[in-house]
Design a protein around this ligand. Structure first.
Ligand code: HEM
Length: 398
């Protein structure tokens, strides 16, 4: 039973991570908006329904710029320049710079290479007969693709993964902030070296393209560029990995849905949307700050307060989806919010969809006897993440 005000620690607790959807259902039954008890007295609210969540994501009175928070936020030296933390016009400018690389058409051109990488990874797994589908499949595929697209060495992906894990974890103590700064600083230094190398020897990749744009446009700072590349690497790591991981976990634990999808591969695009709705990777990383006193569903939100929209809760709202807790790969139409909504709608959505379709389709076709290498109940024990939702390991036999 959750109390009147949501303790901040609860949202990062094991009990909540194990089953956030039960907690969301309990909260939603009481109303769409709930105050969160945040440390240091910050005012914060959690939106748990689809209608108000969707509206909040696209409300210009809610800013992505933490400088508007009533709580003094430590200046984050390395992420000044990400579009995800900006409002127009800065957001429009930065997003416009990279948007061309992520259109459906440009992304479709990556299909042969994504298929090739998937095929190689599946060959390796077939040869061994068993695998951890996180480390051996869900992680290397999107990382290899984003590294090739940007033009940063995929061989360094071990380092990216370590830095990314620290940078995307919630910062709950001064020690964690020190670790955050250390990882962000190391990542920053690494990218500056890549920039220097690429300025000397431009290639046909996104980093070279952005450096060219920066050097010809005084309005684009080096910090903007660092923030943008770092955001793309981080987004390319922690999100698609967990979409593939959560989808595989769902298929291993619901054999009926797996058989259906194997028999009818044309259902795959819709199934990926269903995996995103049912257990999407970006759960709550959608905070905004009220620029003025306002109301959401009758709850007063003071200027400077934080508003967190739970995309996971929106996906399980019975007012928006019939039988929302049931995974149904034939479900249509889809109005999930797993990629956000409005001007910050996920830029990488076409790429994530392409990768997930090829990965899940390839896995099902190649390994009809795919089975967990541990008792099924134990798979869930590897659940991790609070802001990003995923599984740390998926041991299987093929
Ligand atoms: C923004 C989810 C994959 C790049 C977002 C947002 C969500 C999201 C929810 C909006 C956050 C908000 O409004 O506060 C996801 C999911 C993914 C995924 C579920 C995979 C399944 C990717 C990939 C890339 C990417 C592969 C790039 C390679 C971005 C960028 C933004 C963004 C650049 C910021 C857009 C802006 O501020 O205008 N993503 N993402 N994402 N995503 Fe993704």
């Amino acid at each position: 039973m959750i109390g009147e005000r949501l303790p901040h620690e609860f949202l990062f607790s094991r009990a909540f991570t194990d089953d956030p959807y039960a907690a969301y259902a309990e909260l939603r039954a009481r109303g769409p908006v709930h105050p969160i008890d945040f440390p240091r007295g910050a005012e914060a609210f959690l939106v748990v329904d689809h209608e108000h969540g969707r509206a909040a994501l696209n409300d210009p009175r809610l800013s992505k710029d933490t400088a508007h928070s009533s709580l003094p936020v430590a200046a984050e030296p390395y992420f000044g320049g990400t579009m995800l933390g900006m409002d127009p016009p800065g957001h429009t400018r930065l997003r416009g710079l990279v948007a061309k690389a992520f259109t459906a058409r440009r992304v479709e051109a990556l299909r042969p290479r994504v298929e090739e990488i998937t095929g190689e990874l599946l060959d390796g797994i077939a040869a061994r007969g068993e695998a951890d589908l996180i480390d051996d499949f869900a992680v290397p595929l999107p990382i290899q693709v984003i590294c090739e697209l940007l033009g940063v060495p995929a061989a360094d992906r071990g380092r990216f993964r370590r830095w990314t894990a620290v940078i995307t974890a919630p910062v709950l103590s001064p020690e964690m902030y020190d670790r955050w700064r250390e990882a962000a600083g190391a990542f920053n230094g690494y990218l500056l070296e890549v920039f220097a190398e690429r300025r000397a020897h431009p290639q046909d990749d996104l980093v070279s393209g952005l450096l060219g744009a920066r050097d010809g446009d005084a309005a684009l700072s080096e910090a903007d560029l660092l923030g943008t590349i770092m955001l793309l690497i981080i987004a390319g790591h922690e999100t698609t990995v967990n979409l593939i991981g959560n989808a595989v976990l769902a298929l291993l634990t619901t054999p009926g849905q797996r058989a259906l999808l194997r028999g009818r591969p044309e259902l795959l695009p819709g199934a990926i949307e269903e995996f995103l709705r049912h257990d999407g990777p970006v759960e709550r990383a959608t905070q905004r700050i009220a620029l003025e006193d306002m109301e959401i569903a009758g709850t007063r939100i003071p200027q400077g307060a934080w508003v967190h929209v739970s995309l996971g809760a929106a996906g399980r709202d019975p007012a928006a989806f019939d039988a929302p807790d049931t995974l149904d790969v034939t479900r249509a139409p889809h109005r999930h919010l797993a990629f956000g909504h409005g001007i910050h709608f996920c830029l990488g959505a076409p790429l994530a969809r392409l990768e997930a379709r090829i990965a899940i389709g390839g896995l099902l076709e190649r390994f009809p006897d795919l089975a967990p290498a541990v008792p099924p109940g134990e798979l869930e024990r590897h659940r991790n993440g609070s802001i990003i939702r995923g599984v740390a390991a998926l041991p299987v036999r093929v």
